[in-house]
Design a protein around this ligand. Sequence first.
Ligand SMILES: Nc1ncnc2c1ncn2[C@@H]1O[C@H](COP(=O)(O)OP(=O)(O)OP(=O)(O)O)[C@@H](O)[C@H]1O
Ligand SMILES: Nc1ncnc2c1ncn2[C@@H]1O[C@H](COP(=O)(O)OP(=O)(O)OP(=O)(O)O)[C@@H](O)[C@H]1O
Ligand SMILES: [Mg+2]
Ligand SMILES: [Mg+2]
Lengths: 252, 252
Amino acid sequence: PATVISVANQKGGVAKTTTVASLGAAFAELGKRVLLVDLDAQACLTFSLGVDPDVVEQSVNEVLLGKASVTDVLVECEDGVDLVPSVIDLASAEAHLLPRPGREYVLRTALEEVRDDYDVVLLDCSPSLGVLTLNALTASQGLVIPMPCEMLSHRGVGQLLDTVTDVQKILNPDLDVLGILPTMFDGRSNHAQEVLADVGERYDLPVLSPPIPKTVRFAEAPAVGRSILTTSRSSKGAQAYREVAAGLLTTI
Amino acid sequence: PATVISVANQKGGVAKTTTVASLGAAFAELGKRVLLVDLDAQACLTFSLGVDPDVVEQSVNEVLLGKASVTDVLVECEDGVDLVPSVIDLASAEAHLLPRPGREYVLRTALEEVRDDYDVVLLDCSPSLGVLTLNALTASQGLVIPMPCEMLSHRGVGQLLDTVTDVQKILNPDLDVLGILPTMFDGRSNHAQEVLADVGERYDLPVLSPPIPKTVRFAEAPAVGRSILTTSRSSKGAQAYREVAAGLLTTI
Ligand SMILES: Nc1ncnc2c1ncn2[C@@H]1O[C@H](COP(=O)(O)OP(=O)(O)OP(=O)(O)O)[C@@H](O)[C@H]1O
Ligand SMILES: Nc1ncnc2c1ncn2[C@@H]1O[C@H](COP(=O)(O)OP(=O)(O)OP(=O)(O)O)[C@@H](O)[C@H]1O
Ligand SMILES: [Mg+2]
Ligand SMILES: [Mg+2]
């Protein structure tokens, strides 16, 4: 069955969505069957893959409320991946799930039915440690933590790892932190080099390589609804995600 | 009494915290009495102003739970502003406030007691439209929406404005959108120019000027616990925030 990987960091704007879209496309290029799940009411992943969230009829919202299955809602995308889209109403699903017993297992149960149809499932989390991110961590075998090499983005990693420990103890002992993925890396800046050198030691975690370089090509890709692997095939950013994907395939 | 301004955008990493720290320091330089409130459990604003969230005993958490007043918890900072700090436990205050009637007015009531002691109060919001951000919008006369000139950051503005309309109708008719503040602006990129030209029209909102330039100086400032107005006094980034602050003083 598929390996399910969460891409999470409650700090905002660290390239979670960009990482899910880019790694997904890279795994598809390597011939893997890939499912991406958008767990953010912003629906940035949905938008980035060329799907208009305003015209989506059934989404991850219905899956989490038990009104539809993953197979009912999934959409085939041009990057060679399938997507479970999100919509703005997802915020209400979170409030709906809150009081229910076993609320953290809803996504894991919903994904069980399709795990044999895919090789890799990637989950794009919102910038929070709420019940939707808990669902993602409970459903996953692996976790990738995107982190820009900037001081402010550093702060939340400790808190995220505390949450991961809780999840491993109570909800999902199989969850394994695959590593920190340095994103938006500007090799010329001393500050970035210092943070990068510090982060692997401080958290005693693998640092995935290569770091993803900072380039404006990333901001342009969502405007055309494709990942950077298609819009700037041979750019440093696309290459870096290809290498990270190939590296992950040796460990998952 | 002070003008209370929320700095909000549920998209992550758009420079909400950087804007609150930098505008706050700029207003203080202009001789204004300034209070900053950190409403994010990440406590990035608290950290950026040189206060260690791990040693804070009373924070905005106690204020929202009614266990302490703003005066009890505020901290004087080196940038010439006072701060109501945040801590990681703030996430629990949100769950605690959820079921209570009138839960959106808690911050507004708490700030009433100090509004005569300040000229400007700035509220740093987390990347969400949850109950803490609703508290901020209900307590405010103005709203500034930081927005990088990138496609993905564009998407949430419509949803934020829908929330603002609800707040104006039901909770706070005085709330006025002061404008969109373009952040992380890279003047050399066509993509950024196109998004900037589009955003004022699409949302029929004022666009604050000048846009804040993208510079690595911003990422370095939090490491020393001061705003860019102190760490890189004459940089383009510091200058831009000074101009934006002076411009806002003519409208608030
Ligand atoms: N390596 C990179 N270099 C430059 N820009 C990047 C890079 N990766 C992502 N970006 C841009 O940075 C912005 C934030 O990225 P993204 O939306 O993927 O982050 P996120 O963590 O998913 O944000 P959120 O917390 O709101 O979900 C986007 O405009 C994206 O295009
Ligand atoms: N004009 C700028 N140029 C370059 N980098 C910037 C600029 N403004 C902010 N940054 C950097 O971008 C990152 C995100 O900024 P910041 O943390 O202020 O965003 P935020 O919207 O508060 O994020 P969150 O959604 O997590 O609260 C930080 O590392 C900050 O130093
Ligand atoms: Mg995202
Ligand atoms: Mg912030």
